[in-house]
Write a protein that binds this ligand. Structure first.
Ligand SMILES: CC(C)(COP(=O)(O)OP(=O)(O)OC[C@H]1O[C@@H](n2cnc3c(N)ncnc32)[C@H](O)[C@@H]1OP(=O)(O)O)[C@@H](O)C(=O)NCCC(=O)NCCS
Length: 222
């Protein structure tokens, strides 16, 4: 985890120019990233009982910055506390993270409650063996909306996307030790701990277990 500065939100952090430049550098070109999977998704729009998940928009930069500049949000993430300019570039990249088709593709969706961005849900495609597609899921909900089951709703929607549309064989959640909220959420969704490596705890659920637990919309363990 990157250390954070602990600066309070809106305290006008100065911009780390090197980080800004690094974030502006384009990702590895697509032609170097292997074949496309047959079950890829582009710009999915997902409606759950209370939420809308869709790709990020630059017009929501203020809302994104409010989330990112909260020290409690980044406490257990590999995100630094970003200045407003850094947050804008980060969001610009996130608006382009809109598909899962090739190895290493990253899909990041804004989580909306009404027209308010309350968080982010993501899937990282690890497509090494086409018969054993694997996705890593990520979730962030801003503190004022935590504890209402929104993370569970958004997390389940992303897990369903991975299994039902992308055809993943397994979904993993990589969590830093001490991130009790994220661990509770993973377990609540039916993940079990499978590994601990490089300072992370790895939780996973396979397709059969997902279908067993979540075959009815809104269902789950407990
Ligand atoms: C992890 C996170 C998304 C959970 O959000 P949330 O809105 O609290 O989650 P939900 O309301 O959907 O709750 C899911 C379950 O986890 C439990 N939970 C939530 N926060 C918890 C905490 N700090 N400690 C223990 N359990 C917690 C809830 O009680 C709920 O369990 P229940 O269904 O049995 O009642 C949120 O804390 C967050 O965004 N954290 C900062 C970003 C982050 O670290 N993301 C994870 C990176 S791996």
């Amino acid at each position: 985890m990157s250390p954070t500065t602990g600066a309070p939100p809106g305290s006008g952090r100065s911009t780390d120019v090197l980080r800004l430049l690094r974030d502006l550098v384009p990702q590895r070109p697509r032609f170097l990233r292997g074949p496309r999977i047959a079950t890829g998704v582009r710009r999915p729009v997902i409606r759950t009982e209370r939420l809308l998940l869709r790709t990020h928009r630059l017009s929501e930069a203020d809302q994104w910055y409010a989330i990112q500049s909260d020290p409690t949000v980044v406490e257990h993430l590999a995100w630094p506390l970003r200045s407003r300019a850094e947050s804008f570039v980060h969001l610009l990249n996130r608006t382009r993270h809109s598909r899962l088709e090739q190895n290493d593709d990253f899909l990041a969706l804004a989580v909306l409650l009404g027209d308010r961005v309350i968080g982010d849900a993501s899937l990282h495609l690890r497509a090494g063996d086409p018969a054993r597609l694997r996705c890593e899921v990520g979730w962030v909900i801003a503190p004022q909306w935590q504890g209402h089951g929104y993370a569970r709703e958004a997390g389940l929607a992303m897990v369903a996307l991975a299994f039902d549309r992308v055809g993943a064989a397994r979904v993993e959640a990589h969590v830093l030790p001490g991130n009790d909220g994220s661990i509770a959420l993973a377990e609540r969704l039916g993940f079990t701990e499978v590994d601990a490596a490089e300072g992370e705890r790895v939780f996973a659920i396979d397709a059969a277990r997902y279908r067993e637990l979540h075959s009815e919309p809104g269902s789950g363990p407990g």
